[in-house]
Design a protein around this ligand. Structure first.
Ligand code: G3H
Ligand code: 13P
Ligand code: ZN
Ligand code: NA
Length: 283
């Protein structure tokens, strides 16, 4: 039983809290995440990347999320993370996703607008939410100059035009975060984020939030960020716990005996993120 992501974000945006866009990698991630959100009474955005859908299988994604949300009391959206084409977005919508991201950020401005408009038209006709991205997120391994970094960040005036012309529901922005593990501490350009927020009247999305200090995320939320994406921190929580289990008992072979603790570690980490976002009790 899924709700459109726009409904979840509208409440968050109006009331000044953030909602996690939490990536599922397998069944343990899905369970670890939704159990934490239920215990904290938090709305939840479950998201699957194209890579995760390929790994799990589309039918399994749908069936597992269906099972996970059957008797839930919290609002849950199922969202495609970083959709790369109109076709992929449509496939997810047909299968039952309640939200899709169409990531045209690597295309030139006009092409990005064109592809997002097309997805928005189709998605909105069936009540599905759309996220788009403007500006390029840094890769943490990229060795780029300060000027290149600045050029890749979201331009506030362009963001206003982009939102106006596409009719998109929420916008992922590049303001200093990067996917994956940071080398140093990330530096969020709050001045830029504030300008974007002043020019754009829809919820903003912060990608690459793993490794970003809690107080930085909290500050970003005061500038219109309503969706905060986390994947790497949960991968590290899960795998770190599994490694601990094996360090203690190298003779183990029953996957339930190490995936179970890994799943518990995800639940604990999700609860930390929900506290950071202020979404506890908002379901
Ligand atoms: O933003 C990307 C997400 O972390 C998904 O990563 O493509 O490795 O599943 P993935
Ligand atoms: P991290 O893996 O850095 O948390 O990024 C997640 C993300 O942005 C998913 O879209
Ligand atoms: Zn992302
Ligand atoms: Na990150």
């Amino acid at each position: 039983n899924l709700v459109p992501m726009a409904d979840i974000l509208k409440d968050a945006y109006t009331n000044g809290y953030g909602v996690g866009g939490f990536n599922i990698n397998n069944m343990e991630f899905l369970q670890g995440i939704i159990w934490a959100a239920e215990e904290e009474n938090s709305p939840l955005i479950l998201q699957a990347s194209e890579g995760a859908i390929k790994y799990i299988g589309m039918d399994y994604v749908i069936a597992m999320v269906d099972a996970a949300t059957k008797n839930t009391h919290i609002p849950v959206a199922l969202h495609l993370d970083h959709g790369s084409s109109f076709e992929v977005a449509m496939d997810c919508i047909r299968k039952g996703f309640s939200s899709v991201m169409i990531d045209g950020s690597h295309h030139p401005f006009e092409e990005n607008i064109a592809i997002v408009k097309e997805v928005v038209r189709a998605a909105h006709s069936v009540g599905v939410t759309v996220e788009a991205e403007l500006g390029k997120l840094g890769g943490t391994e990229d060795d780029i100059t300060v000027e290149e970094k600045d050029a890749a960040m979201t331009d506030p005036a362009e963001a206003a035009e982009f939102v106006e012309r596409t009719g998109v529901d929420c916008l992922a922005v590049s303001v200093g975060t990067a996917h994956g593990v940071y080398k140093g501490d990330p530096e969020i350009d709050y001045e830029r984020l504030e300008k974007i927020n002043n020019q754009v009247d829809i919820p903003l999305v912060l990608h690459g939030a793993s490794g970003v200090p809690d107080e930085d995320v909290a500050k970003a939320i005061t500038f219109g960020v309503s969706k905060v994406n986390v994947n790497t921190d949960f991968q590290q929580a899960f795998t770190g716990r599994v490694k601990e289990v094996f360090a203690e008992k190298p003779e183990l072979f029953d996957p339930r005996k190490y995936c179970g603790p890994g799943r518990e570690a995800i639940t604990a980490k999700v609860k930390e993120k929900i506290a950071m976002l202020g979404s506890a009790g908002q379901a």
